[in-house]
Design a protein around this ligand. Structure first.
Ligand code: CO8
Length: 262
């Protein structure tokens, strides 16, 4: 794991890594150093084959991530604002395409850049006390970590425009109804539920998981016929893995498969 992390906690629990954004005094707002720590951590997790699933959460019980740090935004110029947005987009792209499942455990406010980060994760589990939204418009801003794009893709254009233009915070239950989060659980159970899901996902065939994430993420940005060819090519590629042999053999031998990621 990267050294000298000041604003992130990174724990290992078997094949699961748990990354906690740890700036509770500012509700875990993302400033530039924190964003850079996330970048370094995600890259390290990508290259660590022993890590098969990741959970991202926020410190404390009040907030997941309350957005980009507004102290920095208040100072930005056109040039630094553009650079900042592109750096954030890059980090979220790394999360989205980590090649292993990343679960956002949304333990409170997921606003602005926090909601954008959650949307870049593979799945989202929210505490029943969580609040989500894109309040940038209330600051005279717009999302800059690709929130306009991911939100519209996740919940549809009309609902995305409503959330973006009102800047309203919505409840976890409403976010679930819209398809913005996958599951809502009692706040006290969030950590355990996120871990349980991460452990379950970590037991699956790693190469197949990577290709599924790739097929969905990249395929959605391609014309349908090309996306089908892409899927078929990945389907052919998994045939070369030891895990495919193990998975099919285990089924026929009526036992649980033991996937190695090869
Ligand atoms: N940035 C910096 N500080 C913050 C942030 C933030 N995003 N959110 C909260 N804080 C600080 C508060 O200033 C306060 O500090 P202090 O104790 O020194 O006064 C502390 O955290 C606690 O917050 P509150 O007292 O406000 O707590 P409340 O319970 O009263 O309210 C809220 C909680 C509703 C979450 C409220 O804090 C809030 O509205 N926060 C701002 C939410 C927001 O607007 N987020 C979007 C930011 S913009 C963004 O994310 C754009 C992303 C893309 C950028 C692209 C690059 C340019």
């Amino acid at each position: 794991m990267p050294e000298n992390l000041e604003n992130l906690l990174v724990e290992r629990d078997g094949a699961v890594a748990i990354v906690t954004v740890n700036r509770p005094k500012v509700l875990n707002a993302l400033d530039s150093p924190t964003l850079d720590e996330l970048r370094r951590t995600i890259l390290a997790l990508r290259h660590d084959a022993a890590v098969r699933a990741v959970v991202i959460t926020g410190a404390g019980d009040k907030s997941f991530i309350a957005g980009a740090d507004i102290n920095e935004l208040a100072q930005q110029s056109p040039v630094t604002g553009r650079d900042h947005a592109m750096r954030g987009q890059h980090v979220l792209d790394l999360i989205e395409n980590l090649g292993k499942p990343v679960i956002a455990a949304i333990n409170g406010y997921a606003l602005g850049g926090g909601c954008e980060l959650a949307m870049a994760c593979t799945m989202r589990i929210a505490a029943d006390t969580a609040k989500l939204g894109q309040p940038e418009i209330n600051l005279g801003l717009i999302p800059g970590y690709a929130g306009t794009q991911r939100l519209a893709r996740l919940v549809g254009r009309g609902r995305a425009l409503e959330l973006l233009l009102t800047g309203d915070q919505i409840s976890a239950q409403e976010a679930h109804r819209l398809g913005l989060v996958n599951r809502v659980v009692p706040a006290a159970d969030l950590r355990a539920e996120a871990r349980k899901l991460a452990v379950a996902l970590a037991s699956k065939a790693p190469v197949a998981a990577r290709y599924i994430i790739d097929a969905v993420n990249k395929g959605l940005e391609m014309p349908f016929p090309e996306a089908q060819v892409f899927e078929a090519t990945l389907f052919g590629l998994v045939a070369s893995t030891e895990d495919m042999r193990e998975g099919t053999r285990a089924f026929l031998e009526k036992r649980k498969a033991d996937f190695k990621g090869t």
